[in-house]
Design a protein. Sequence first.
Length: 330
Amino acid sequence: MARVLSDYDPEEDVLEQGAYELEEEAVPDPFPDPGIIDLTARADKSQRKGKRDPRKVYALVLHQMACCFNPRNPLERFLTIGSHFAIANDGRILQLHPISALVWASNGFNASSVAVEFAGNFPNAKGTWWKGDEYGRSRFPQAQVNGGHHLVRYLMRTIGLTHILAHRQSSGTRENDPGPDVWYHVGQWAVDTLGLRDGGPGFKIGTGNPIPNAWRTWGRPPVTPEIGTAFETEFSDTELAHDVWQQEDDARSPEYVRWAQRSLNEVMGLQLPLDGLAGPATRSAVRSFQARYGLPVSGFVGTDTEDVLKAVRGGHRFRREPRAAGSGRP
């Protein structure tokens, strides 16, 4: 089978005999965070298979526990889990193992990643749960979403996190790990909003499976019947740029789209190209901005979205450039 090309190199995750020293005791990470509960001294040390250089860790792998949504005491119940972090149903982030610890949680991603388990048994894209009668039928709460966002930002700040991955990408037996809810609200959010990488469409290693397209769009509103998916594929981004923004001349112009892209880059920390085209990446960024600031999520820059964007940016308004004589623009 041909190797899938991506920006994540699985060769770095091949374990060589003797490449890792055994971890005799937990070494606290040098960047304590008041939002993370440090349980590294109490967690099951048998889960640590060695220690590694934290500077070579650059990915976060998302998992779901497929159980344990509401244990009596998660600070005790989760001590035996073999992931670096766990996020309880109330959003509390528990650190169980230091970043320097090698744990066998994520198959081929182990060597260069940290793992996080979200407490709960979450459904697949068909709306079914694994052994729901036995392990419960959990819904992904906002508290866990917030906890996931906090952890991602913490790892970006402390270890220079550049990638976010799904366990299914490295394991053929974990097809719903972490599931569409966790992936869309944490993984895809980090890709769209913070610019992290997930290997791209089709990326997997070993026996793993790529992230389904349905996961990437899971929480987005459906395309309106007036537009439809066929319409989106029929026309180019240049043509769409004249339809997804406000109908006023300024809002339809490439100059206005560039202003919106520049504003989104500044406010959201993105790197959208300033090409004046309202393509999929720009519309995804608009949706992320709208969700963050409590606006209706449409992907279109209407009056309300523009007003909030200007306010967050400190009043930097779009200004029409003077028309060149004889330019022919209306």
